[in-house]
Write a protein that binds this ligand. Structure first.
Ligand code: SF4
Ligand SMILES: [Zn+2]
Length: 317
């Protein structure tokens, strides 16, 4: 993919990239996660190190965990095998292979490694990999056939706000997203969707509204999982946009409001969750922050509305 002017600007604003070892995953996470049918799975995420994603979305900071050049042949199976060896006890229900990009990008995931990766996924009843909607196709179905469990694709829809969507530099048409979602459903592949809270160019006072609309858009197109992800600053471009008043870092109260509304909307075939991986970075009242985070955790795992936290020091702001 040729670098556009926007790609060049976004890349030029980045800080230095930490050195990444392509033979070692840069993290793992074992967590409990609710599925739309109410079952709570144990999910094991492996954060794989490999080639950088060819897209250059304005809000993305995943390039920090990528290598220069193509992922070497054999590196991903080595990372996965050694991450799986670190697990104690019975295998989790699901493995998520997150490679900071697109699983079906052959620079990131060499084609010759795919059978071995599929074999390593054999103990899991669910396997999740990430992909841009543009790279969904027959290769996705082929991978679904190679694994023993059921495949789930995690796609970023980010926002359906028309201006913000065009500014994300993601090169994602809604029709493309819709087509990919249909293709996955027709082939018995599950869909997990990432939705942004605080997308740049969405006015701050409309932020919750557009996150909810986007989450519902994904649910209406068959997403079984929708994760609300607060946009993080720190990649250079977000600081440029903040200075231009086109980006306001999202607040904990907005994440609560968005999840409350998604859960109340009654989409029974979709589990909505708030992404809490970086929740400590969100602005919030110091007196009730931990109570509110706990409330979100409870909503994530039960899918049920929870009574609002009350606080004498703030009004939930
Ligand atoms: S497609 Fe995903 S990984 Fe690639 S730049 Fe965009 S958000 Fe980041
Ligand atoms: Zn408070």
């Amino acid at each position: 993919m040729r670098a556009s002017v926007a790609d060049q600007r976004i890349r030029s604003l980045r800080g230095p990239k930490p050195k990444t070892d392509p033979w070692s995953a840069h993290g793992t996470l074992l967590e409990r996660e609710r599925r739309p049918n109410g079952a709570v799975e144990r999910a094991f995420t492996i954060f794989l190190a490999g080639s950088e994603c060819p897209f250059t979305c304005s809000f993305c900071d995943l390039w920090r965990w990528t290598t220069d050049g193509a992922t070497p042949r054999g590196a991903l199976p080595t990372q996965i095998a050694s991450s799986l060896r670190s697990l104690d006890g019975p295998p989790p229900d699901r493995v998520k292979l997150y490679n900071a990009g697109n699983f079906f990008d052959r620079r990131a995931v060499p084609i010759d490694d795919v059978p071995e990766i599929a074999g390593l996924c054999a103990p899991f009843s669910g396997v999740t990999v990430e992909s841009h909607a543009n790279t969904i196709g027959n290769v996705t179905v082929e991978f679904a056939r190679q694994i023993a469990g059921r495949l789930e694709i995690a796609m970023g829809l980010e926002t359906i706000h028309p201006i913000a969507r065009a500014q994300l530099n993601k090169r994602l048409e809604l029709s493309r997203f819709d087509g990919a979602a249909r293709f996955l459903a027709d082939n018995g592949i599950d869909l997990r969707v990432f939705v942004l809270l605080g997308a740049p160019y969405v006015p701050d006072d409309e932020s919750v509204e557009w996150t909810v609309r986007t989450a519902q858009y994904a649910a209406a197109r068959g997403a079984s999982m929708v994760s609300l992800i607060p946009v993080r600053g720190g990649n250079g471009e977000m600081e440029r946009l903040e200075a231009l008043r086109q980006f306001t870092p999202p607040r904990l109260s907005q994440l609560e409001a968005a999840l409350d509304r998604c859960v109340a909307a009654g989409f029974r075939a979709t589990a909505f969750t708030a992404d809490l991986w970086d929740v400590d970075r969100l602005t919030a009242c110091r007196a009730c922050r931990s109570t509110r985070i706990e409330r979100l955790r409870l909503m994530n795992i039960t899918g049920n509305p929870q009574p609002p936290a009350s606080c004498g020091a703030c009004d939930g702001a």
